[in-house]
Design a protein around this ligand. Structure first.
Ligand code: AMP
Length: 460
């Protein structure tokens, strides 16, 4: 059996792991740790929730701890680039926990926070820098961040960084770190633009990938509630009232929509907190802390703001709106059903969103049971052959190049099969069990892949 000991981790790290409560390495850790310790470049296919942070963080700490840093103020020897401030904080917190018995300075750099404290931290000396590309470039341009001592470079959630339009910044940063280095790239997808990045900036990378793609814990019950767009809020209030004891994460499409929803829920006597890109870092952290501590029962978030959030296992995730990109369904739902716990994923689906539901079912290769809630019957049926909306709220940017969003191992659109196995093992009291959403092969050949004009939220 693979254990952290057999992976060759040092006693200081083993002690920290046991204090953190980790007993067994996750699959990505078992695969990646020996490769990183062996000095290889690693191309890792994994997303949040797989334990990828420790997969690169533990061997990174071990490699850095082996060498004594140069005398004088310490310049970063490891640079971890991440797409969002939340992920920066999370990665840095994890590294601090794993490295608590090593003397390692970990610092974060991200926008939306004051420059001066970051400059002060850089001046004091840093071993590991966890940074979002834009703000890091500001510090590089002003001479405060010096990358000439970087030995280890990690691109975490590289696909998201590309989605968010960070490629030019990433290239500028990559041009300023020493060529003689070890590079690790983690991405949920191995689409062509990720491969191009790896080809350009990595040396003979070893590829590791966890399990099947797009798999969601089979302990999760999925349900879709058909409802008119204008009645979604009322249905949500109804569902939340029925589940008044559960903590719930609600996903909305736009920042504005999330804010309004949180306000409306509060007006309906359901206090909730919202996180999205318009909030200051302090506000986002406060909302997240309140939710994690159980002081807030309801968290409303956009996809991008929720990226990388280390939210404990939740019993319930509700999609107020379906994501424009089917993969985001997997990211959203990954917050529930962790570690064998049961979980529920409810989606409010308007007739206009039938095509989006079809995309999700095709990606899951499974059907999601449609259950009409009495009193919320939609004015028209939700049809899976509905056209996919061109613009899901006008917030998404067309990622450049390739077939964006294609996940590792995913078949080409034409080769995809229709859903077969049922995804839902409902235990509630459906009003309309007969109305399963069926999509025949014919529908599945139509409009495959990401919708034209599907855009990623660059501002959340
Ligand atoms: P990540 O994919 O790195 O965001 O990690 C997802 C969650 O799993 C985090 O809450 C980690 O603290 C936790 N985690 C990572 N590795 C392990 C492990 N080997 N055992 C238990 N929990 C872990």
């Amino acid at each position: 059996m693979t254990t952290f000991e057999t992976l060759g981790l040092s006693p200081a790290l083993l002690r920290a792991l046991s204090e953190t409560g980790y007993t067994t390495p996750t699959p990505i850790q078992a695969e990646a740790i020996p490769l990183v310790l062996g000095g290889h470049d690693v191309l890792g296919g994994a997303q949040t929730g797989t334990g990828k942070t420790a997969a690169f963080g533990l061997p990174l700490l071990q490699r850095l701890a082996k060498e004594t840093p140069a005398k004088g103020p310490r310049k970063p020897r490891a640079l971890i680039l991440v797409p969002t401030r939340e992920l920066a904080v999370q990665v840095s917190d994890n590294l601090k926990a794993y490295g608590r018995h090593l003397r390692m300075n970990v610092t974060t750099i991200f926008g939306g926070a004051g420059m001066q404290p970051q400059i002060d931290n850089l001046r004091r000396g840093v071993d590991i820098l966890v940074a979002c590309p834009g703000r890091l470039l500001d510090h590089m341009d002003s001479g405060h961040a010096k990358l000439d001592a970087v030995e280890l470079l990690v691109l975490d959630e590289a696909d998201r960084m590309l989605d968010m339009g960070f490629l030019p910044q990433m290239k500028r940063i990559l041009g300023r770190v020493p060529k003689e280095r070890q590079t690790l790239l983690f991405s949920a997808t191995f689409e062509p633009r990720i491969k191009a990045l790896a080809l350009e900036f990595m040396r003979d990378p070893k590829q590791v990938q966890v399990a099947a793609n797009n798999t969601i814990a089979d302990t999760i019950v999925h349900r879709a509630h058909p409802v008119d767009n204008g009645r979604k809020r009322d249905l949500l209030v109804e569902l939340l009232a029925r589940r008044h004891t559960d903590q719930v994460l609600i996903f909305g499409k736009t920042k504005h929509g999330c804010n309004r929803l949180a306000e409306q829920l509060a007006e309906a006597g359901l206090p909730s907190v919202a996180i999205h890109g318009n909030k200051s870092q302090a506000q986002r952290q406060k909302a997240l802390d309140a939710f994690k501590a159980g002081r807030a029962r309801i968290l409303v978030a956009t996809d991008v703001a929720a990226r990388g959030l280390d939210i404990p296992n939740l019993p319930l995730v509700i999609n107020h709106d379906l994501p424009m990109v089917a993969e985001d369904y997997v990211h959203r739902i990954g917050r529930t059903g962790r570690n064998g716990a049961s979980g529920e994923a409810l989606s409010l689906v308007s007739p206009e969103e039938g095509g989006l539901l079809r995309q999700i079912q095709r990606m899951l290769k499974a059907e999601i049971a449609m259950e009409t809630v009495e009193g919320f019957e939609p004015s028209q049926p939700v049809r899976l052959d509905a056209p996919i909306p061109k613009n899901g709220g006008g917030q998404r940017r067309q990622p450049a190049g390739g077939r964006p969003g294609a996940r590792m191992g995913e078949q080409k659109p034409g080769g995809q099969r229709p859903p077969r196995k049922p995804a839902a093992r409902g235990h509630g009291k459906p009003q309309d069990r007969g109305a399963h959403a069926h999509a025949g092969p014919k529908q599945h050949r139509q409009g495959a892949g990401r919708p034209q004009g599907a855009r990623r939220d660059t501002r959340a």
